[in-house]
Design a protein around this ligand. Structure first.
Ligand code: ADP
Length: 501
């Protein structure tokens, strides 16, 4: 099967968050199981080109209409860890992808609607079409209506269009004129009905358009699928998702088992093995490995060497991730005699300064406001506990990464966190499947509940702590199962088309 992803992130060359990891991990697993996969992303100037092999121009003069202008694009091809990557470079007077960042420009809607139409112009010019077009979140959701309304009638032959919702909060709303610029007649009542925002009359909701037009919609965990069909979790689109629930499915994300493997991780000071651990004796080299990485992390942040638990947070500092509760956890950790390290990205939030003011506190607090892949790996390996108190969490990858690195997650039971972390004391699952600490309500009482129990366990119940580490390492969070679920879905979509023909 030939799968063509149109996306805006790809790890590790163009990464903001988990979307990048998903594109990388899912695609690699699909390739491993014999499928043909291509990934098209914008050619951002911020891409780490050193990771790409055989970078060359694949096609020039891909013409694209935006408003009254005809703009030309080049499409580059390259290889990344066995993946075929395509990079779209617009020769655009506004340097859409030459801004030093992926998101966060005032004209993000123009930048990514342009990318959607240029991606389809490229496929048209190339003339060889994939079986499945797979889209990701609002920035590429517009490909679905573009395909159905414009490019399929013009001869673009693809069997099915799938949209994955990685985060429903980001929808992008705009005046119909903005999509008319790339040829979608937003004022046409039929198109408008499908793409119009649920509450704002005369406003286009791009993600909603993608949901309406896609042949199938997935999201990134079974619990999040349930949550987004409710008023509380639907971000205004619950009605649309309920209407389309027959073509909606939650598939739990995985993590790339090679990229996130402490035995092979080139970014660690000392490597250690967590695959196939059976007993406390097997944990000896895990403890040694973690100790060496912890030493390095403490040196990095100027923390003291002491026998105290190290709690960490590796996160975007957006509201979704619960920054106030992360700050509360930091203070409480220090009060209880522990150490705390934060690696937080998303510059400009007010809370950032409050964190920075605590850097170096009592030689027990390390703060880095940055996006730093190498430091993230070191923290996952060095920490004893990872705190994730999210308001909502579509899937969440850091809890799975933590478990693979022998670090115990303390998480709020929501979305994908509820599907992956099971409380040592209160879960209904058998004891050997319990792997962390959960709390339910978004408040400081929840943090007290998990932190106090985790400290108690770490200090006084070492056998129980080691059992948690073993249970966490035993669970396979790789892409094997999820990729199989995606392939089954792709096949069912192809089957449906064949039956209809
Ligand atoms: P989200 O996609 O909502 O940000 P996920 O948990 O799904 O959250 O994925 C986060 C990914 O981004 C993980 O690979 C994590 O290691 C990485 N990450 C998060 N914050 C940072 C940071 N400040 N620096 C480096 N990597 C980060």
């Amino acid at each position: 099967m030939h799968i063509f992803h149109i996306a805006t992130e790809l790890a590790p060359i163009a990464k903001v968050g988990g979307l990048a990891d998903v594109l990388y991990g899912l695609s690699r697993e699909l390739v491993r199981s014999g499928h043909q996969v291509e990934i098209l992303i914008p050619k951002y100037d911020s891409i780490d080109f050193s990771r790409l092999k055989q970078l060359k121009v694949e096609m020039r003069e891909v013409a694209c209409i935006e408003g009254t202008q005809e703009i030309h694009n080049s499409v580059w091809s390259a290889e990344l860890d066995g993946l075929r990557v395509l990079l779209l470079e617009p020769h655009h007077p506004l340097y859409y992808f030459g801004r030093g960042k992926i998101y966060g420009c005032e004209d993000d809607i123009e930048r990514f609607t342009y990318f959607c139409t240029a991606a389809l112009e490229y496929l048209m010019k190339r003339g060889s079409f994939p079986d499945i077009l797979h889209l990701h979140d609002w920035p590429t959701a517009l490909v679905a209506p573009l395909c159905k309304e414009i490019y399929n009638p013009l001869g673009l032959k693809t069997e099915a269009v799938m949209l994955t919702i990685h985060n429903l909060e980001y929808q992008s709303k705009c005046h119909p004129q903005k999509i008319a610029r790339i040829g979608l007649r937003g004022e046409n009542p039929l198109i408008r009905e499908k793409m119009q925002d649920q509450t704002l009359q005369g406003t286009i909701n791009i993600l909603k358009g993608g949901i309406e037009y896609a042949d199938f919609v997935t999201t990134v965990s079974p619990s999040y699928e349930k949550e987004i069909k409710t008023v509380a979790g639907g971000a205004g689109l619950d009605g649309v998702l309920v209407k389309h629930q027959k073509k909606l499915k939650g598939i739990l994300n995985g993590i790339d088992a090679d990229f996130w493997n402490p035995e092979k991780d080139p970014l660690l000071i000392k490597r250690y093995k967590t695959d196939g651990l059976r007993s406390s004796a097997d944990l000896k080299q895990v403890h040694e490995g973690k100790r060496e990485n912890r030493k390095q992390l403490r040196t990095h942040f100027g923390l003291k060497e002491e026998n105290a638990p190290l709690v960490a947070s590796v996160t975007r500092l957006s509201k979704q991730k619960g920054p106030e509760l992360i700050l509360y956890t930091l203070n409480r950790t220090v009060k209880k005699g522990g150490q705390f390290v934060l690696l937080g990205s998303d510059h400009g939030s007010i809370i950032e300064k409050q964190f920075l003011d605590l850097q170096g506190l009592d030689k027990r607090v390390g703060i880095s406001i940055d996006s730093d892949e190498a430091l993230a790996h070191l923290i996952f390996a060095a920490a004893d506990m990872l705190i994730i108190p999210s308001r909502y969490e579509p899937c969440g990858l850091t809890q799975m990464i933590a478990l693979r690195y022998g670090t115990i997650p303390l998480v709020r039971r929501t979305g994908g966190l509820a599907d992956t972390v099971f409380d040592i004391d209160t879960s209904d699952l058998p004891k050997e499947q319990r792997n962390g600490f959960n709390f339910d309500f978004y408040d400081t009482g929840g943090i007290d509940w998990v932190l106090d129990r985790a400290f108690e366990c770490w200090t006084k119940e070492r056998a129980k702590w080691e059992q948690l580490m073993l249970n966490g390492a035993r669970k396979d969070f790789s892409w094997k199962e999820p990729a199989r679920a995606y392939v089954d879905l792709y096949h069912s979509l192809l089957g449906k088309k064949a039956k209809a023909a």
